[in-house]
Design a protein around this ligand. Structure first.
Ligand SMILES: *Cc1c(COP(=O)(O)O)cnc(C)c1O
Length: 352
């Protein structure tokens, strides 16, 4: 830390992204990227827009927001697009979290939530998940705080039914409830269909996971027009050109080729079932995943050792040192070939 760093950030502990080591070619199962490339229209759109980079992007991202509005059955004014969904989450924390409206989210969830809370100096409560890592909906009923829930949750992979989400939203009419649907396409019901009924509901999604565009940085929020207007106040006070023109039109192209992505989602669900079963046959406990990863632990091998052994053998998975989950690893679902290579290495490690 330099002596110039503002003291208001002196104790800020930044988010740690999954490692991207360059020392060798790894099978990368640690950051929940898609193993499939973007659809052909995406590269074409990027090429076309790259020839216009002398001009700013559209600060209103009209073309992309109209496309999203059409796909999700809402109005343009109910859609905000951002530089990854991390950005819409940060904006939402800034806009709706305060001393009077502190945050509440699970103890085991996306690691960025406490970081955004600290960055924006918003008080927060981390509510313990049940022993089986599920969310106890009762904990959030009428809690009177700004609620943030990832559905499906990460890294557990577990989902809540839409009726539970609705109950939480309904019981907190004076606070915003943020539902982070980064993984919704892999097996949960989206709360987008509730946004016309509840003015306090904000749903966020991303192109990073099911739509193979993690490197393009594109996310979006859908909610009541007034919530979206508040988020735009923050956005225009931060960076009105937060979505660059290549990314905007890559997103439009991806939505036009939606079938390709939904087919990939089906493949990933199949591979997830296969991997879960293989791991269970090897004695692992595997949580029921509704995402593009599984969260698993072996009674015979501690979480950290499995992570290290796999890395030595050229496979990266994600290990978290938080005490409740240190025996687990989060493993991204890849191609069948990658899943077979993983199982082969795990068998080797268990036999050694
Ligand atoms: C990946 C992820 C995000 C956001 O990713 P972006 O790449 O910024 O869109 C948000 N929430 C959760 C739970 C995630 O796993």
């Amino acid at each position: 830390m330099s002596r110039f760093f503002s003291e208001k950030f002196a104790s800020l502990v930044p988010y740690t992204p999954g490692e991207q080591p360059k020392d060798m070619q790894y099978i990368k199962l640690n950051t929940n990227e898609s193993p499939f490339p973007p659809s052909p229209g995406v590269a074409a759109a990027v090429a076309e827009e790259s020839g216009k980079l002398q001009m700013y992007s559209d600060p209103e991202s009209i073309t992309l927001r109209d496309k999203l509005a059409q796909v999700y059955g809402v109005k343009r004014q109910q859609v905000l697009v951002t530089n990854g969904s991390d950005e819409v989450l940060n904006f939402a924390f800034m806009a709706f979290g305060s001393e009077k409206a502190p945050l509440a989210f699970p103890d085991i969830t996306y690691g960025f939530y406490p970081v955004f809370a600290e960055l924006n100096r918003i008080p927060y409560t981390q509510i313990p998940l049940r022993e089986d890592f599920s969310i106890d909906v009762q904990d959030y009923m009428g809690i009177g705080k700004t609620v943030v829930i990832a559905n499906p949750n990460a890294p557990s992979g577990l989902n809540l039914p839409l009726s539970d989400i609705e109950a939480i939203v309904k019981s907190n009419p004076d606070n915003v409830v943020i539902i982070d649907e980064a993984y919704v396409d892999f097996g949960a019901q989206s709360a987008v269909q509730l946004v016309d009924r509840y003015e306090n509901l904000l749903v966020t999604q991303t192109f990073s996971k099911s739509r193979s565009m993690a490197g393009a940085r594109l996310g979006f929020g859908i909610g009541n027009e007034k919530l979206i207007a508040d988020l735009n106040t923050i956005r225009y006070s931060t960076n009105p050109y937060n979505v660059n023109r290549m990314t905007e039109f890559a997103g439009v192209a991806a939505l036009e080729e939606n079938d390709y992505y939904m087919q990939n989602v089906q493949t990933i669900i199949c591979n997830r079932q296969w991997l879960s079963q293989q791991l269970r046959e090897l004695g692992f406990e595997v949580l029921d995943s509704s995402t593009n990863f599984v969260f698993a632990r072996s009674p015979r091998l501690d979480g950290e050792s499995l992570y290290r052994e796999l890395k030595q053998r050229g496979i990266l998975v994600r290990h978290f040192s938080q005490s409740r989950i240190e025996q687990f690893n989060r493993i991204t679902i890849g191609t069948m070939e990658q899943m077979e290579a993983l199982i082969k290495q795990i068998k080797d490690i268990l036999e050694a």
